[in-house]
Design a protein around this ligand. Structure first.
Ligand code: CUA
Length: 189
């Protein structure tokens, strides 16, 4: 009888594996292969990848373009941060910098926008709470996302990339309003 680690193990463990064990190994191997195939398949079919457009951009140029955007569509201000309501279909600019998101965006439900994200200083993380939306906001790059807000409400932009002493204070806002509540008429401009 097997009682400690020094004595030899009694029994027939060295004989070929039982059929049930072989079947189990085959099942486990097939399952491994299915999971392995799911990785590329989910990448292509999972619907979680964005249609991002990347361009190089000088941080100062991005800042100037954002200021132009703010000047064009500003409708208010809160604690020194402009509130901007761009028309549907427009290009929207959002700056991440230590330690704020600028400006506050007011978007219309059901309208499509192209959201341009960039940073003026270090890497920031764009996390649109409470959605599972995460993007790196990198200085020197304009990362543009096509987006169509589907639910009216107020959403927080939380920085999820550690960016210094004020990282935890870096909270921005996106407001999604119903089209009927818009102060800017739809259409082109
Ligand atoms: Cu910006 Cu953390």
């Amino acid at each position: 009888m097997y009682e400690n680690g020094i004595e030899a193990v009694q029994g027939i463990w060295w004989k070929p594996a039982h059929r049930a064990e072989k079947v189990w190994i085959v099942i486990a191997f097939i399952w491994c292969m299915i999971l392995f195939a799911m990785m590329p398949l989910w990448h292509l079919r999972g619907g979680q990848n964005t249609t991002g457009i990347r361009h190089r951009v000088e941080p100062t140029d991005f800042r100037d373009r954002t200021n132009e955007f703010i000047a064009d569509y500003q409708v208010g201000e809160e604690a020194g941060i402009p509130i901007v309501e761009p028309p549907p279909g427009s290009d929207v600019y959002l700056i991440g910098m230590m330690w704020q998101w600028r400006p506050i965006l007011r978007l219309q439900e059901g309208a499509e926008y192209t959201l341009h994200l960039s940073s003026l200083d270090v890497n920031h993380g764009f996390n649109l709470y409470p959605f599972n939306v995460n993007f790196q906001v990198v200085p020197g790059y304009d990362y543009a996302l096509k987006l169509t807000p589907s639910e009216p409400g107020e959403y927080r932009i939380v920085c999820n990339e550690f960016c210094g002493i004020g990282h935890h204070l870096m909270v921005g806002r996106v407001e999604v309003i119903e089209a009927s509540a818009a102060t800017v008429p739809g259409g082109d401009r």
